[in-house]
Write a protein of this length. Structure first.
Length: 197
């Protein structure tokens, strides 16, 4: 019907039920890429179980600062865990594209730049470059804007500044990353947020 892929969004809590479906699709020779679109706070063991079943991994890499991981996401041990997870993902898939230059297999790592946390973002980029190299596809996102409980947090009760945005972009270039996508600062507005009501 014109779809480019089948994208499983935040699938980890349902992995046990999804795995048999993936196995069945692969056995039937299903042609579209299967995308594992996850938050990155996975276990290496759960990713190993997906070997050969997932074509494209699309994880978030939120934090290099474990204190921020706990404070903002209640995710202790986030940083060493995510590094092991992206290594496992990268070991399973190689970047391949179809004739229209659409990804058929590979890894795209998303990172959302947070206000007041430039060092966190620089640490994320450093960790990616040091653990799996600078050829990986990066989706660097600047779409953060305060919502809900973020208004109660002084450092998150604002948008990303142009200086913070430029500092992270400069570091991305300095490390030699060339593949991927970079959002403009104009993406930081509620138009990109679905209405969940």
């Amino acid at each position: 019907m014109g779809a480019h892929n089948i994208n499983f969004v935040t699938p980890t809590p349902h992995q046990e039920k999804i795995e048999p479906v993936l196995k069945k699709l692969k056995k039937q020779g299903f042609g579209l890429p299967l995308v594992w679109n996850c938050g990155g706070y996975e276990t290496v063991e759960s990713i190993k179980r997906l070997h050969g079943l997932v074509d494209i991994y699309l994880p978030d890499f939120k934090y290099s600062d474990n204190e921020l991981a706990v404070k903002y996401s209640s995710a202790p041990g986030y940083f060493p865990n995510i590094v092991d997870v992206i290594r496992e993902m990268k070991g399973q898939v190689s970047d391949t594209f179809d004739a229209d230059n659409l990804m058929k297999q590979g890894l795209i790592i998303r990172h959302l730049i947070l206000p007041g946390a430039v060092e966190n973002s620089l640490g994320v980029l450093n960790a990616i470059e040091q653990s799996i190299g600078n050829k990986v596809f990066i989706s660097l996102m600047s779409q953060y804007y305060p919502a809900h409980k973020a208004f109660e947090c002084t450092e998150l009760n604002k948008k990303l500044s142009p200086a913070e945005y430029e500092a992270v972009l400069e570091h991305l270039e300095k490390l030699g990353f060339e593949n991927g996508f970079v959002q403009g600062l104009d993406s930081a507005n509620s138009e990109y947020t679905p209405d969940f009501k």
